[in-house]
Design a binder for this molecule. Structure first.
Ligand SMILES: [Zn+2]
Length: 86
């Protein structure tokens, strides 16, 4: 069985298998993306793939705090939109 690393959620601060989470990555060119393959490099932060954590992350600007860099509000809007698919 393959080892699955755990990552800490920026919203609830508990750890979960990273393949169950949404990762926001900051790319080398300074842009951001939600990284579904979890394979892009650069700094990343994770949030649980559930409504509560996504809502908390949006409300608290949790990615901003975790990544110590300003995350444009459009990414929080994209994140809010993602949760509707769940
Ligand atoms: Zn969480």
């Amino acid at each position: 069985m393959k080892y699955i690393p755990y990552r800490r959620c920026v919203a609830c601060h508990s750890s979960h298998p990273k393949n169950e989470m949404i990762r926001l990555a900051k790319l080398a060119d300074g842009s951001f993306c939600f990284d579904e393959t979890k394979k892009s490099g650069g700094r990343g932060a994770y949030v649980c793939n559930n409504k509560n954590c996504i809502a908390t992350a949006v409300k608290k600007n949790a990615f901003h705090r975790s990544m110590k860099t300003k995350v444009p509000s459009q990414y929080y809007e994209m994140l809010s939109a993602l949760q509707e698919d769940i």
